[in-house]
Design a protein around this ligand. Structure first.
Ligand SMILES: Cc1cc2nc3c(=O)[nH]c(=O)nc-3n(C[C@H](O)[C@H](O)[C@H](O)COP(=O)(O)OP(=O)(O)OC[C@H]3O[C@@H](n4cnc5c(N)ncnc54)[C@H](O)[C@@H]3O)c2cc1C
Length: 417
């Protein structure tokens, strides 16, 4: 029987940030991560200004800046009356040092956080260790049961267990937390194409026949996503790979010379896009944050940012009770109260974007349902400097910025700029 103060289930952005902040503040924390490394394609790559400024606050800005990355300063969507691209968020025009989105493969960010956390004696990371169930005694979660990749099983008891295990979280099976689903009009295909000298860089979007593309520049290859209408995966696959790749090349003509690089549907993975949230993020001894508490739509690429902000808020509210070894329902509830309005507002905007932009575009119509409304709306966005800043600010910083606990801050001797 082993014991820790805080057991973090899942080493994604939420789990690693929470663990680092708590360990820095002297809390004994153990992260269980079911994979053997952080190297997985199926993750987001966008690090937004709030996360960049957090990395600065905790003294990691310089090391982060050394990671290979591309910077994105504008967000464009095909919402014009003729489905042309309109800049809906000019992040570069915002004040502040971090007025861009850094495109960094998520595994590099997670490696950096893990590496930094390992400096703290109270931090423990167990890779290849999957949490398989909660230890529930007298209505309280007292830790987890786990299993390693070689089949060894064990129990880890904890004062608090934080579920950071993403949208397939163990905690979602607890009926009292009440998982609430919202309809989503799209799914996503995910595949790679080689990247050549002279290609565009950063994040490149496009619009095809009933699909959207988002291409993420990862140096020597493109991580390609194609948003397709929900539930049409099988039907589209039946039409043949060649047909899809031809249509894909029409949406991104500069990639036409290598569309044959995808040779089988096995290379095209389906992501079932979901938008959901738990009504309750906690029960005695347990807190859920990040995707475990709320799976976000890809709209705005804000899933990582939101997960990180949850972790920062959780660290700030929980450092003290964890140090004192007494985490009550009041403490975990406070984290949900703090993060709930941001989550609801962000998901509300994503649902609006689904209805007004994604659904009509995927049905071959213009955004907002008809060209006149599209014209009026895009004129409003582009001609009003104020309206232009709102989406940029929201994408960059979210609805509410969280401050890490003072004990977790570190400033480098020479600040990175
Ligand atoms: C294909 C794809 C593309 C995306 N693109 C973007 C993007 O560009 N920008 C953006 O902001 N967001 C994007 N997202 C969303 C973003 O990745 C998530 O919102 C974000 O990673 C959530 O962080 P998290 O830490 O809450 O959960 P996750 O990142 O899901 O991390 C959960 C971790 O828990 C581990 N785990 C799961 N179950 C267990 C268990 N039982 N025991 C131990 N460990 C476990 C997993 O291996 C994983 O490491 C994308 C998501 C997907 C799937």
């Amino acid at each position: 029987m082993e014991r820790t103060t805080c057991c973090v289930v899942g080493g994604g952005p939420a789990g690693m940030v929470l663990a680092l902040l708590l360990a820095r503040a002297g809390v004994e924390v153990t992260v269980l991560e079911k994979h053997g490394d952080f190297l997985r394609d199926f993750r987001g790559d966008t690090v937004h200004p709030t996360t960049l400024s957090l990395l600065d606050d905790i003294g990691l800005a310089e090391r982060f800046a050394r990671l290979p990355q591309r910077r994105v300063t504008t967000v464009q969507l095909p919402i014009g009356p003729d489905r042309s691209l309109v800049t809906v968020g000019n992040i570069g025009a915002l004040h502040g040092t971090y007025n861009y989105i850094a495109m960094v493969p998520q595994w590099d960010l997670l490696d950096l956080l893990a590496d930094e956390a390992r400096r703290e004696p109270s931090f423990h990371l167990r890779m290849d260790t999957e949490a398989t169930g909660f230890l529930i005694e007298g209505g309280r979660v007292n830790g987890v049961r786990h299993r390693t990749a070689d089949g060894a099983t064990g129990e880890l008891r904890a004062t608090l267990t934080v579920a950071c295990d993403g949208r397939g979280s163990l905690a979602r099976a607890l009926p009292e937390l009440g998982l609430q689903h919202f309809p989503c009009p799209m799914d996503a295909w995910w595949f790679r194409l080689p990247r050549h000298e002279g290609d565009p860089s950063g994040l490149v979007g496009g619009l095809g026949d009933r699909f959207f593309t988002a291409l993420i520049d990862r140096g020597d290859y493109w991580q390609c996503a194609a948003l397709i209408p929900k539930g049409t995966d099988a039907e589209r696959r039946a039409e043949g790979l060649e047909r899809f790749m031809t249509r894909f090349a029409e949406a991104a003509p500069w990639l036409a010379d290598r569309s044959h690089a995808v040779t089988s549907w096995d290379e095209v993975r389906l992501l079932d896009v979901r938008l959901d949230r738990l009504r309750r993020w906690h029960r005695p001894g347990l807190l859920c944050i990040g995707d475990a508490a709320h799976a976000m739509s890809p709209v705005g690429g804000i899933g990582i940012n939101l997960a990180v902000q949850d972790a920062v808020a959780a660290a700030r509210h929980l450092v003290r009770p964890l140090r004192e070894g007494r985490v009550g329902l009041y403490d975990v509830r406070r984290v949900q109260y703090r993060r709930w309005p941001t989550t609801v507002a962000t998901q509300g905007l994503q649902r609006l974007a689904h209805a007004q932009i994604i659904e009509p575009l995927l049905a071959g119509r213009t955004a907002f349902g008809d060209p006149r409304r599209a014209k009026r709306t895009t004129e409003l966005i582009t001609e009003s400097p104020w309206l232009n800043r709102v989406p940029a600010y929201f994408i960059a910083y979210g609805a509410l910025r969280e401050r890490p606990p003072a004990e977790s801050l570190r400033r480098p001797a020479i600040p990175a700029r």
